[in-house]
Design a protein around this ligand. Structure first.
Ligand SMILES: [Cu+2]
Length: 292
């Protein structure tokens, strides 16, 4: 190979790298003219454009168990970052309960088809699960079947994420300080999968895996909202952790095409003794029935 050939070779390699670079840059910046990337209806499948809502408030009756301070002395890195780590199995504020997983379990869509008759596309966005201060955040989360869960370690210590499903494959994986996010998913619907950490026995999270996107988690003020629900009659379930498999309340609702069905749930001491009679009472409202 003579000198001239070498120069041309180097030049052409440099040129092709430049071309590649600009192509990639252009691709990343390209917004594809008006395609909204965060539009919920983009992944709504057969119910695309459905505008019904199920919303409500989850209450906790009686005195909730007081959060307890967690002894993190087994790992100095945990105490250094999070010296007052408390249990978070029952987060109640002004009588309202956070971290309740509320979902449409079954039901009949207007027109006669069952919710389970439809297949739903898998969202392309990942759901985040972070380990921060030797604590899982969020504590309760929902994903669709096969949707990616991106698990991150924000701590200066090592974690070992260990979901214990009944229907899906069990696994555990170590994630060192500074390791890249773990990308995981579950292939079968399951409500809910407990997640522990083999390094820190107090760490707990719960993942609800659903076939459809009709679920929500109650916020700190107890409220939740399931949007994009097609008109129909459904069984709505509110699940909260506790005991071996958690605690559930169910309610029948009728969702109007453009309106909201109210579904208020109550947990706590006062509701456990007469659970069945409470479950028989539907709380249905049609605040937005369309007049034609
Ligand atoms: Cu851990």
């Amino acid at each position: 190979m003579n000198k001239q050939t070498k120069v041309w070779l180097v030049l052409s390699i440099a040129l092709s790298m430049l071309a590649l670079g600009s192509a990639c840059g252009g691709g990343a910046g390209d917004n594809k003219g008006g395609t909204p990337s965060t539009n919920a209806t983009a992944d709504a499948g057969p119910y695309a454009g459905a505008t019904g809502t199920v919303s409500g408030v989850v209450s906790f009756n009686g005195t909730p168990p007081a959060p307890k301070k967690i002894d993190t002395s087994a790992d100095a890195a945990c105490g250094a970052k999070n010296p007052n780590l408390m249990t978070d199995d029952t987060i109640v504020k002004d009588g309202k309960l956070a971290n309740t997983f509320v979902y449409i379990k079954e039901g009949t869509v207007e027109g006669g088809k069952k919710v389970g008759d439809y297949s739903w596309p898998t969202p392309t966005t990942a759901v985040q699960l972070d380990q921060n201060g030797c604590h899982y955040a969020p504590h309760v989360l929902g994903v669709q079947v096969n949707q990616k869960i991106s698990i991150t370690n924000s701590d200066a210590t090592q974690h070992n994420i260990h979901p214990t499903p009944k229907l899906n494959q069990e696994w555990n994986q170590t994630q060192a300080n500074g390791a890249p996010p773990l990308e995981k998913s579950f292939g079968r619907a399951e409500v809910l999968i407990p997640v522990k950490c083999n390094q820190h026995p107090w760490m707990k999270a719960y993942i609800g895996v659903m076939r459809h996107p009709l679920f929500a988690v109650s916020k700190d003020d107890g409220t939740f909202e399931i949007k994009g629900v097609p008109a129909g009659k459904y069984t709505v379930v509110a699940w909260r952790e506790g005991g071996a498999n958690g605690e559930e309340k169910t309610m029948e609702v009728t969702v109007p095409a453009n309106g909201t069905a109210k579904a208020d749930f109550a947990f706590g001491a006062a509701t456990t003794s007469n659970k069945s009679s409470l479950q028989m009472m539907p709380a249905i409202e049609f605040p937005m029935i369309t007049k034609r």
